[in-house]
Design a protein around this ligand. Sequence first.
Ligand code: NOJ
Length: 571
Amino acid sequence: MATPGAARSVSENEAWWKSAVVYQIYPRSFADSDNDGIGDLPGIVDQLDYLQELGIDVIWLSPVYRSPQQDNGYDVSDYQDVDPLFGTLEDLDRLIAAVHVRGMRLIMDLVVNHTSDQHPWFLASRASREAPTSDWYFWRDARPGTVAGEAGSEPNNWGASFGGSAWEWVPERGQYYLHLFAPSQPDLNWDNPDTREAIFAMMNWWLDRGIDGFRMDVINFISKDPEMPDGPLNRDGYGDGMPYFSYGPKIHAYLAEMKRRVFDPRPDTYLTVGEMPGVTPEQAREFTDREHGQLAMVFQYEHVFLDADGDKWTQRRMSINDLRDTLAKWQTALGDSGWNSLYWNNHDQPRVISRYGNDTTYWRESATALATVLHLHRGTPYVYQGEEIGMTNAPFAALDDFRDIESLDYYAKAVGTHLEEPSDVLDTLRRRSRDNSRTPMQWSAVPGAGFTTGSPWIGVNPNHSWLNVAAQRGTPGSIYEYYRALIALRHRLPVVVDGNFVAVHTGRDQIYAFRRHLGNTTLTVHANLSDLPVSFDRDDLTARDLVLTNYTPSRSGPGRLEPWEVRVHVL
Ligand code: NOJ
């Protein structure tokens, strides 16, 4: 055990998360045991054999804490209790035990950039400047020379992620509070040592309860530039505060303190993954460096913004060259120090197969090609529920079908302020909304998709009639069975975990090719990420060394790849 207070770095063999595959569960939409239309903890317990069969090592549970559910649990009102929607603390203990019995691990979402506005800390803070938690949030006076409470008198021009100003006026206090997300998600003031103390105590409480780590929500936002200057204006007339909080002056100090206070004194190592919008490869390297870093890995956003133009709602075509260059850049930057997380999907992203793949003609081929490319990079891969069966975006018919706070806010703004055509805005939502990934898990072809027999909180994708677990589990050639084989490859071949990464240039734009080297072993991936066949100049890849492909091996020659064909060779 490390000396408390002295920073401890994670040695190679303690870094168990390097060889792990993580599966993200969005509890609302995974499995509904009591048929109230919302997924729950007992529902997850029922499906652990399924996850074990898939080969999963770690489950990341999106928030199940007590919450008014304005942002589906990313607005916590009690960090140390389970929301009755999902079950009880005892259900969670049972889940943790059942996960551990199967040799798997479980990490929780940690949402500590902000709380819910219904958290007792905030209720007291907004009620009085004398409250013990008075200074646990960012309270500021109106801009000098303006009339407090009137539009334009906010302390600065920052816009909130879910629309409007990032400041909300509270007459009781005669001040504004900061919310980088919705007004119901006030930002915690990490500059106050008491706030940090309470957060670290809560984290320790969870680790004592037996969990294996945390996924940390927008954790790079916790340190704000104390001056909070105005930011450059965006098209809604609000300032962009990112330069002043996405890599704030104290971010390293606060994460280092967290490491010292929570993780270092413990004999075990934990999976800590920080969600970090806007993080650069160099910063990610600092955060995850084994000697001096504070986290196991971070979630960066660059590769999931390649089809966005400026903001997430404005779509452009993703170029394969950009994708290859971006992923390769991250591989190189975190090659000899630091560690990558690898993901296509999560609860905030539309389904990758509908974005970067082809969810009709080459549904199976593109799902498996994209999976292979991702999982065989150097880093820890994440599978988002339903990805392993190729779940697609949903055909939402009308605004009423959407539930997501961000999507509804965007609609109101686009139609009401930008005066866009409602039908155009709906089209945008169909392609870009986070609700695309939040439709219920498709277990079977029955009504309710085997997710619930009740009325689901968000519509089930009608393609569950053929796209479901029951149709794929045990079916040779299915996406699910392919994921099993891919995950097994990582567990079998050390080169997948530890091999270095070298990009391979084939002279063909639509091919993404790379090698991994470890000792005398070389693993080579060739993937055609397009709808057209492609020939290329390679004659040293023989069927004998082929360890994985999504086509029948005899179908094409060594120098030709069919649409979305991928081949993995190991020599
Ligand atoms: C990132 C989470 O992944 C997202 O779902 C949430 O809305 C925001 N952070 C705010 O917590």
